[in-house]
Design a protein around this ligand. Structure first.
Ligand SMILES: [Zn+2]
Length: 60
């Protein structure tokens, strides 16, 4: 049961292959991470971008 809201940040990133917008929940202080596109399943590394919400993604 996860009834308690835990502090997280939402990293929003665009797939470099298909352009799909993906979202990943990360620990509050994380500055990078890894995720897979929900549409084409291409793996990406993501890093904090210009804004707290929109992150830069690179195909991994
Ligand atoms: Zn994709």
């Amino acid at each position: 049961m996860w009834s308690t809201a835990r502090p997280t940040q939402t990293a929003e990133w665009l797939c470099t292959r298909c352009g799909t917008t993906n979202r990943k929940l990360l620990a509050p202080k994380a500055s990078d991470g890894a995720d897979r596109c929900v549409h084409c399943r291409l793996k990406h590394t993501i890093a904090r971008g210009d804004t707290p919400v929109r992150w830069d993604a690179k195909a991994a």
